[in-house]
Design a protein around this ligand. Sequence first.
Ligand code: NAI
Ligand code: MG
Length: 349
Amino acid sequence: RTPTLAVIGGDGIGPEVTAEAVKVLQAVCGEQAFSFVDYDLGAERWKRTGEVLPDSVLAELDGCDAILFGAVGAAPGDKSMPSGILERGLILKIRFAFDHYVNLRPSRLYQGVPTPLASSVTDRGPVDFVVVREGTEGLYCGNGGVVRPGTPHEIATEVSVNTAHGVERVVRDAFERATRRRGKVTLVHKHNVLVHAGGLWNRVFEQVAADYPGVQTDYLHVDAATIFLATDPARFDVVVTDNLFGDILTDLAAAVTGGIGLAASGNVNPSGEHPSMFEPVHGSAPDIAGQQKADPSAAILSAGLLLEHLGRTEQAAAVAAAVTADIESRDGTPRTTPEIGDAIAARLG
Ligand code: NAI
Ligand code: MG
C-alpha cells in the first residue's frame, strides 16, 4: 500500500514552502513513494465558506499516514478574522483530536548562520538539542472560564491540567529519544512555586529515569533554563517540559539558532493510532507572501521529521544532511523559494 500524506498548505507562504517540502520528499523517496492529497484549509477557506475544519475533513485526515502542514493565518492587521478561530478551531483541534502529545522541536546551530549568541558561548560546543514539549495538557487545554465578565469584579481562570498518564508518556518519549541521541534529558519546570504540577512532573521524571540507567538527567527551573539557552545551549540534548514552558522555550531556541526560517516541528502521536503532523514553526508571513522570498528550509526539515516518524530513518538523515549542506554553503546570494527547494532536492538526486 502506498502511504498517503495529507498536505495542508494553508495561507500566505504556507503553500509556497510546503510545495518545496513535497518536492524534496519526492526526490529522496521517489515520485511514487507517497500519494499526496491536498486539503484547502485556513483563513482563505474560512473567508470563502465560513468553515474552519469540518468534521468530515477531520475524519479524512485521520485516515492518512501523516500530515504535512504549512501555516495558517491572515495578516495581523486583518480585522475580518476573529482572533483565535484558526488556533482553536484548526491547529489545536487537530492536536487534541489526534492526541499529539509530543510536540517535537529540534534546534541546531548551523555553521555560518548568524546567531545572537556570543562566540564565547558557541565555542563551548555544538548546539544541537530537541525540546519535547507536552502537547495536549497544561495551560492550553481550555480548562477555565470567566465569572462576572466585563465587570470590575471579573474573574478569569485558566487552570493547568497535568495527569500522571499524560506526564508519564511524554517523559518516557523524551528518554527514548535520548537513547538515540547523546543520552541526556533535562526536565524544565518550576516545581519550587508550582508545587502541585511540578511535584507530579518531578516524581514521574524520577520514576521513568530509573528505567534508563544509561541516560544522564538534569533539572532546571524554567527561568534558569532561559538563561542557559542564551549562555550555554551546548549543555542540552533532550529537554522535556510542559505545554506553556515548551512554547516559550522553543521560540527562544529558534531565535538563538538562526531564526524562524530554519525551525522545524512535529506534532507527534508516537503510538501511531492517529496521524502525526509536521510543520515549520513560522506562520504564514503575509509580509512576504506571493513573492517567492520565503526560506523553505524549516518546511523541508519538518518533512525530514515526518520521514523519521514513518521509520524511514536513512531518508530522514539524507534530508537533514542535504539541508545542512545547503545552509552551510550559503554565501548571501539571494535565492527564490523554489531555487532553494531545487538545490536541496538536487543534493538528494
Ligand atoms: P510569521 O512567522 O508568519 O512571520 C514573522 C516574520 O518572520 C515575518 O517578518 C516573516 O516574513 C518572517 N518569516 C517567517 N517565515 C519565514 C520564512 N520561511 N522565510 C523567511 N522569512 C520568514 O509570524 P507573524 O507575522 O506573527 O504571523 C503571521 C500569521 O501567521 C498570523 O496570522 C499568525 O496567526 C499566523 N501563524 C500561524 C502559525 C501556524 O500556522 N502554525 C504559527 C505562527 C503564526
Ligand atoms: Mg509559538
